[in-house]
Ligand binder design. Structure first.
Ligand code: TXA
Ligand code: MG
Length: 348
């Protein structure tokens, strides 16, 4: 397939309008468009066209039992595809447009291919202006998973989507680096009126608790699935964001982590807090990657997926990273890191 790529940062307003119009036409005709959002890039198709969903699964190499999020331009549009309730309205009022996805019971007009056969559907209203303009111009909701090849870290920069999706999609709208860098927070509205957190992200548990005190965090967010346990969100069961080299998370204080890394054998890559980089400078064969300041979880989230790709490209034998805390935005980092590391945590 011949992919048309638009570097939005390098073209003027008129050319951007034309690019959006073209991409919207492609969507309406059943084609695929990669577009930026504030979290990560999305691989979009017309959510009301079952054939477009099939193409999305094929382009990503994703099993079709893992449902897609439908992206809408206005939080009110959710009513057309789901049975919304007052809790949805207050979540929308506080957090939309923004990095929150809400799972609710689907109406019959949502193709089963999008829902992967589930009775529910995930809805999100992204805050990125290009995403918003694209959905409006298309005039249909856009079904989109993250625009990475299945198993790769989610793409947060144009170069990542070009590497994964060139030749697999009709259009790439390259809008520069994603501001948040980890995927949206996913919550499910439960029948009893409470919220179940299925994936942590830019909207934290504390943010959500302020709107809905009755919130529970699914076990799989922080731990491995136990034998026989049901998967609440199908995406949770797949190994995710995995770099080619084995990744180990170091659970210990600064001193213990530094000592461990200095003694590790082979070609070693280290994701390190900025303050700790100087402590590793006397071992000069290390591949050092700056994840941002220790307390600066927003920067860490912004860089994480990009660093995992960069680390991979340098072909290390092993990658080490500090185990994130579970506080605030830390929970999103923790959740992504334990998957990338296939749950390999070294207690120091
Ligand atoms: O930030 C984001 O959410 C990005 C951007 C592009 O919007 N999208 C994204 O999509 O991360 P994806 O497909 O990579 O992750 C969506 C997750 C998957 O783990 C999927 O299993 C889960 O949402 N999901 C979707 N519909 C669901 C449903 N009805 N019930 C439970 N989980 C669902
Ligand atoms: Mg994904």
């Amino acid at each position: 397939m011949n992919t048309v790529t638009y570097q939005i940062e390098e073209i003027d307003a008129k050319e951007t309008d034309a690019a959006i119009t073209y991409a919207a036409d492609v969507l309406r005709c059943g084609g695929l468009v990669v577009f930026p959002t504030e979290t990560v890039y999305g691989l979009g198709g017309n959510a009301l066209d079952p054939a477009a969903s099939a193409k999305i699964y094929a382009a990503k190499g994703r099993p079709s039992d893992n449902p897609l999020i439908i992206h809408i331009a206005d939080p009110k549009d959710a009513e057309a595809y789901t049975y919304t309730d007052p809790l949805y309205d207050s979540l929308a009022e506080h957090f939309m447009p923004g990095p929150l996805t809400v799972i609710m019971e689907a109406r019959d007009n949502v193709p089963r291919e999008v829902r992967a056969g589930l009775p529910t559907v995930a809805v999100r209203c992204p805050a990125h202006p290009l995403a918003n303009r694209l959905i409006r111009a298309a005039g249909v909701p856009i079904a989109a998973p993250s625009a990475n090849l299945s198993g790769k870290p989610s793409p947060t920069e144009g170069r990542h989507v070009r590497a994964d999706m060139d030749g697999r999609v009709d259009v790439i709208l390259d809008g520069g680096a994603a501001s948040i860098g980890v995927e949206s927070t996913i919550v499910k509205i439960e029948k009893d009126g409470g919220l179940l957190l299925l994936r942590p992200g830019g909207i934290t548990v504390d943010d959500l608790r302020a709107v809905c005190p009755d919130i529970r965090v699914a076990d799989a967010v922080t731990g491995a699935l136990k034998e026989g346990q049901t998967v609440l969100s199908p995406g949770m069961k797949y190994r995710h964001y995995a770099p080619d080299a084995p990744l180990f998370l170091l659970d210990g204080d600064t001193e213990a982590r530094i000592a461990y890394v200095k003694n590790a054998k082979g070609r070693v890559a280290v994701l390190s807090y900025r303050e700790e980089l100087p402590l590793l400078s006397d071992r000069d064969d290390l591949i050092l990657l700056d994840v941002g300041g220790r307390q600066d979880t927003a920067t860490q989230a912004h860089r994480l997926f990009s660093l995992l790709r960069d680390a991979d490209a340098l072909s290390p034998d092993v990658i080490f990273a500090p185990l994130p805390s579970m506080e605030g935005m830390g929970l999103a980092l923790y959740n992504r890191m334990i998957r990338a590391a296939a749950h390999q945590i070294l207690k120091l």
